[in-house]
Design a protein. Sequence first.
Length: 157
Amino acid sequence: MRPIVLAAAMSIALPAAALAGPASNAVKFFYVPSVKFEADAKYRDRFTEPVTKLFELNDKAQKEKPDEVSCIDFDPGLDAQDFDQKTVSKTLKLAETVNSDTAEVTASFNLFPEGDDSKREMVWSLKKVDGKWKVADITSKTSDWTLSALGCGSSTD
């Protein structure tokens, strides 16, 4: 009987993110065990349009003017530049809604141990492509913006 009680206690103690599902796992990758910068070229295969177009424009802006801040000057998945990894990992909660080949995963977490302004709620829109969940967009419910709508025009003189 004891192993059953232990298993029940362990399932309650595990973070909700571990039980959320396949679409959530595609999002969880960007938060734990360490936060990853979504616009990094090595993660492009995890995204689809319209976000990939923004990333391409961001790359172009960085190449044209390497000494200037590019279009994406913060971590989109965090809606911030600064964070405490331990706090993000500890407070991360993921909830998914799947509708055939599309899904929305809501990530709720805190950036720091204290302060109401450190709470974040991000909605990740995903599409299933060749059997894998890929990120199509990220929306900050906290700050009311959508990544694909941020824009990244290259200015010409």
